[in-house]
Design a binder for this molecule. Structure first.
Ligand code: ADP
Length: 272
């Protein structure tokens, strides 16, 4: 199994499925009758979405021990490519699905920040779990995983070490470029001038965090501050977000799966 493929096998009966076709990764989650996460799988997004979805559904059927050829487990699709999932009974926005997944696990309202590969969202969730407000950035890569990924790869730092390296820096360089493409050039120039990789990385994280904080302000921060999406697995993100906001940050157990999990919970309600 590669780093980009993660799964968990189960023995509990699968009653509903959710699939999150993101711009960077595709996540599929199965839940049992009680709505607990029973199985999941994640892999990098393939541009041939329909083929990938068919393959993942087949895998879900086989790995959750569904032997019947007729498999009528309800399916809800979310994410950027949700409209291409013709097998889904419903297509639901990522905002609703992330809120649903996180609310089910953390059981309280607050402000949820989802940072994905190519977009980021701030979602206000009421004490009863309803989405009360949101803000979304899908136009500019600077507040997304892509921003860190591109620049870190320029410095030869692997994705899963970026946060650790940034946190280890003793100082921080201010990155003035507000666009990913210009930031990459700025990083190359800083490296050429002998600036330490850790300090540049810390500055890049700061830049991303400040963009997220600006989005949080447009929605209004109602504590607790909760996080979802693949980027929050980078340990510097929660830490620096706490520093910038002064609020404690709460994470669900599987932040990157929250969209697919929320979709599966909605699918569970579709059962007759
Ligand atoms: P999407 O739903 O938009 O496809 P995801 O929520 O799956 O995005 O997040 C994908 C992003 O998560 C990638 O851009 C990658 O940079 C980031 N990511 C995933 N795992 C890690 C990790 N361990 N450390 C840092 N970043 C990570």
């Amino acid at each position: 199994m590669t780093r980009d493929e993660r799964r968990m096998t189960v023995s509990r009966g699968v009653c509903a499925l959710g699939i999150d076709v993101g711009s960077t990764t595709v996540k599929i989650v199965a839940v049992d009758a009680g709505g607990d996460l029973a199985w999941h799988f994640l892999e990098q997004a393939d541009p041939r979405v329909e083929d990938q979805v068919a393959r993942l559904l087949d895998r879900a059927r086989k790995e959750t021990s569904q032997t019947s050829e007729v498999w009528d487990v309800p399916l809800v699709a979310t994410g950027y490519g949700r409209k291409l999932v013709r097998q889904a009974g419903r297509q639901v926005t990522e905002i609703t699905c992330h809120a649903r997944g996180v609310y089910r696990e953390l059981a309280h309202g607050g402000t949820l920040v989802d940072i994905g590969g190519q977009d980021s969202k701030v979602i206000g969730i009421s004490p009863k779990g309803d989405v009360v407000d949101f803000s979304m950035n899908d136009k500019c890569a600077a507040g997304t995983g892509r921003f860190l990924e591109n620049t870190a790869s320029r410095m030869g730092v692997p994705l899963d070490r970026m946060g650790q390296v940034a946190l280890a820096a003793s100082d921080e360089v201010s990155i003035s470029s507000t666009c990913t493409v210009f930031a990459e050039s700025e990083v190359i120039s800083l490296i050429a001038h002998g600036v330490a990789v850790e300090s540049i990385l810390r500055g890049l994280h700061r830049s991303l965090i400040r963009r997220i904080v600006a989005m949080i302000r447009t929605v209004g921060l109602v504590p607790p501050l909760m996080l979802s999406g693949g980027v929050v697995q980078n340990q510097a993100i929660p830490r620096m977000l706490e520093q910038e906001t002064g609020e404690k940050v709460v994470l669900p157990s599987y932040p990157q799966l929250m969209g697919a999990y929320g979709a599966a919970l909605i699918a569970l309600e579709m059962r007759v």
